[in-house]
Design a protein around this ligand. Structure first.
Ligand code: VJV
Ligand code: CA
Ligand code: ZN
Length: 388
């Protein structure tokens, strides 16, 4: 069913919105939508836009906002959507009331100019990617502006306002019986896990740092789903400093039997890049190649795939990884030397490489061999419950 086109090339669609990179969470806030501009410049610099189906999502032009809001309301509450919609019209006092009532952290999730438009932008772009998978127009559909995995039904959390992943998967479930959600952001994918905790139609697995008050403090090995969803959720809690080899070995040794048992009709991969070394918030030591190895592996399964972004707080590295992974989707290994005439080229100094070395000032790997082995064995045990 895959590759049923004449050239046998992987059909990749790239979904973007020119407006999304212009928004600001605030001057010192770690989440910088500008990283999407860096990514897009790099993708274009390598010429990748010429070999993919480009979808420019634009809410101003022939876009049905009512249909979009209906899809969002399949997950989020009417009251919350109205709150986001009326933020700039409401009095500060009315807004404060909703924040307090719902225990919203407005340091992590500030109310910035044009917030609602920003939310609709990245959510509609994920839905555009999902549509190409639903209609079997693409084998892989990419939206780097999506992946905001913490947002809840009633409230924003951890820099995420609307959960584009949950909204996208709910739409996918109209045509696909079983969806596998994989999350390699350094944070636990709590919003997506919670949304599908009671169902066996979506399997969620997140790899993340766990312990020591690290946000969002959920994602223990013991969280495995409830009722019909029992055993249809896995968590891979890790410690600081994990490196490419250990991470990718663990990743493959779990995803292989999982896909074999669950037999998903579609995979959604959240590619948060805060799991890379030297991330401003993260504490793992993955390189661009190691992170991309996970994408390469998931692609090799030959199941329709949606790639979304997520975290990533050292913008040049975010763009390196997502550009590399756009290449991987297209069966290309990009040359190390960055394109000439690249806008913002200074951001990539001193190496000007797509694959910079990590260097010596990295955190010590706190994941012992026995810890990783025990974790793997426990996870494999849980996967065995799937066959009943
Ligand atoms: O750890 C937390 C929560 C606190 C309370 C609020 N203060 C500001 C920080 C600690 C307990 N929140 C995390 C949220 C991480 C979200 C990750 C999102 C994703 O990558 O998974 C997906 C997109 C956190 N860690 C660091 C910060 N917040 C942080 C927030 C700031 C900040 C510096 C650090 C907000 C504003 C400013 N600086 C100016
Ligand atoms: Ca994760
Ligand atoms: Zn994250």
């Amino acid at each position: 069913e895959l590759n049923n086109n004449l050239t046998n090339k992987t059909r990749v669609s790239y979904h973007r919105n020119a407006d999304t990179a212009n928004y600001h969470y605030g001057p010192f806030h770690p989440m910088k939508p500008f990283r999407l501009r860096l990514t897009d410049n790099l993708v274009t610099g390598y010429g990748l836009h010429n070999i993919m189906d480009l979808y420019e999502v634009d809410l101003e032009q022939n876009y049905n906002i009512n249909m979009l809001e209906d899809k969002i309301l399949k997950f989020h509450s009417k009251e919350y959507l109205n709150f986001l919609k009326n933020l700039n019209d409401n009095s500060d006092q009315e807004n404060k009331k909703y924040l307090i009532k719902n225990d919203i952290d407005d340091n992590d999730c500030p109310i910035f100019h044009g917030l609602y438009k920003y939310c609709l932008n990245y959510t509609s772009t994920t839905l555009s990617a999902v549509e190409c998978i639903k209609q079997k127009k693409s084998d892989i559909a990419i939206n780097w502006s999506g992946g905001l995995h913490h947002a809840k039904k009633f409230k924003p959390s951890g820099f995420c306002y609307l959960n584009d992943i949950v909204v996208g998967i709910l739409d996918l479930l109209k045509t696909h019986a079983r969806v596998l959600y994989i999350d390699i952001d350094i944070h636990h994918g709590d919003g997506v896990q919670e949304a599908f905790y009671l169902t066996d139609r979506v399997f969620t697995i997140s790899f993340h740092k766990y312990g020591g008050y690290f946000f969002p403090m959920t994602g223990a090995l013991q969280e495995t789903g409830v009722a019909k969803g029992k055993n249809y959720c896995l968590n891979v809690p890790l410690m600081d400093g994990i490196k490419d080899y250990e991470y990718t070995q663990l990743f493959k040794s779990i995803i292989t039997p999982l896909v074999e048992s669950y037999n998903p009709e579609c995979v959604v991969l959240q590619c948060g890049t805060d799991s890379l070394g030297y991330d401003r918030l993260g504490t793992f030591n993955l390189t661009v190649k190691g992170h991309g190895e996970c994408v390469k592996y998931v692609k090799s399964l030959g199941i329709p795939l949606v790639l979304v972004g997520g975290g990533g707080y050292t913008p040049p590295n975010v763009s390196r990884a997502w550009c590399y992974e756009t290449g991987i989707a297209n069966d290309l290994i990009l040359r190390e030397k960055l394109p000439d005439n690249l806008p913002f080229k200074d951001y990539y100094s001193p190496d000007y490489s797509l694959y910079p070395e990590l260097g010596d000032s990295i955190l010590t790997d706190m994941n012992s061999k026995t810890f990783l082995n025990d974790t793997r064995i426990r996870l494999l045990e849980q996967i065995r419950y799937l066959q009943g």
